[in-house]
Write a protein that binds this ligand. Structure first.
Ligand code: CO
Length: 179
């Protein structure tokens, strides 16, 4: 998961099935975003759905080969979590505005300018595609304070209620009791 993902050249039926599985995984885990390499596929695909948790209203956006062209606006501090790092939440400072280009499932080029929560989720997932975890973006002090907890999570001692791929690529099966 620390490796950079590779570009999608052609939209195949396998990818179509894979994306449907990604969406299912994300919704099962009450997530609002997921990157392909979090579930063991090293391609450049991310999905986001900022409405899925709070309003239980599904409106996923699928981004293939996304590139953030521009970061702008204010620095905003906001608490993040990650399906790959269960039970860990910490503030991360990110730019509010982004301009992003990506391909949709018809391999049509799309452009999106956004801010707020949607911008934040996209930046977090875009980081995943580049092998960066949000724990690398917290302050060194906070990271030092969380070292023990993070090590426990990474070694699989903290089990989430959904199947997940650990940073070392291993599959961790869900602990249904902990839901
Ligand atoms: Co994440």
């Amino acid at each position: 998961m620390k490796k950079k993902t590779i570009e999608v050249k052609e939209f195949t039926q396998e990818l179509d099935i894979f994306i449907k599985n990604m969406l299912e995984t994300m919704y099962n885990a009450d997530g609002i975003g997921l990157a392909a390499n979090q579930v063991g596929n090293g391609v450049s695909i991310l999905i986001v759905d900022e409405n899925s948790v709070e309003k239980n209203k599904r409106s996923p956006i699928i981004m293939i080969n996304p590139i953030i062209k521009l970061f702008g606006g204010d620095d905003v501090e906001y608490q993040e979590g990650c399906l790959s790092i269960p039970q860990f939440f910490e503030n991360v400072i990110r730019k509010d505005d982004i301009s992003i280009e990506y391909y949709d499932e018809k391999m049509k080029l799309k452009k999106l300018e956004t801010n707020g929560l949607l911008s934040r989720i996209i930046q977090h997932e875009f980081d995943h595609l580049n092998g960066i975890l949000f724990t690398e973006r917290i302050t060194p002090l906070k990271r030092a304070l969380s070292k023990g907890k993070l090590r426990k999570i990474e070694s699989g001692q903290t089990t989430p209620h959904y199947d997940m791929i650990l940073p070392n690529g291993e599959l961790l099966k869900a602990d249904k009791q902990s839901k």
